[in-house]
Design a protein around this ligand. Sequence first.
Ligand code: UDP
Ligand code: MG
Length: 311
Amino acid sequence: MNEQPGTADYLLSIVIPVYNEEQGASECVRRVSKVIEDKIGCRYELIFVNDGSRDRTLDILKEEKEKNPHVKIVDLSRNFGHQAAITAGIDQAHGDAVIVIDGDLQDPPEIFPQLIEKWKNGADIVHARRLVRHGESQITKVRAAIFYRVMRQISTIDIPVDVGDFRLMSKRVVDELKGMTEQRRYVRGLATWVGYNQETIGYEREARFAGTPSYTLKTLIDLAMSGILGFSIEPLRLGWYSGLLTVAISFVMLAYWLLTHESAPNWAPLMVALLFIGGLQLICIGIIGEYVFLILDCVRKRPVYIVRDIY
Ligand code: UDP
Ligand code: MG
């Protein structure tokens, strides 16, 4: 049975991963705590995960902590990446409900009351879906739209489209996440995988308050691969599909030569066929290699992140 409190007497944990966010960190503390204090009025903790920032983010957060006792800082030993930082924050959260939000204020904290409302009405997960993305290039928008839709098609679970890591999770979902030992984390997939009552609300994603995005094309591809490897078996089936296709093509060619009685072709078609099949084989080996590496990663059982200090 899901026990969502009806009164304001619950603890809300906000998990905020930050990497080189010195320009926006103070504003983030201000805006998030203002919404909770003015519009929600519950007990709360702001868990900032400093993901190996190279700027003054940690110093600024420490100054904020002096002024605001709700601030907690989980300082990681180096930069482990967005998904690992979210995991570190979730692991430290004690709340009856936990909200994950980016530290660059692209996700507006002003929609917290709507997330809480849904949770109080029985939702275990409330995904925040990006209806509009401000301050992002056309290429970024198209790339993201395509990725979420492809992912939806090939995924073994029903991950909602246009949903990033901005979501509310109930304690029982968070407890399940804490128990997951997967190394290569795709948190939005893991949270969806847990199940229970999941709902979605729409919001307008804002431009960054300050600074520049730290996601690069390489880290984005890495994130996409984590999602695909973690929640789809389709890439492994590519070997099947392409194998069947090439066999079918070879039968068609054979039938053509038998029926038309044409003399054997010169080397060109043979070369094309060889390269085609060779290429397919290499692609399939590469895909299997990705999964083998994933297994290796899981067998090694290295921690997803290391905490240097907690303030
Ligand atoms: N972030 C992090 N570790 C990283 C990269 C990013 O904790 O290695 C944080 C970053 O500070 C921000 C959030 O994750 O709060 C999202 O990052 P970013 O804005 O670069 O991504 P985008 O909004 O472009 O997806
Ligand atoms: Mg951002």
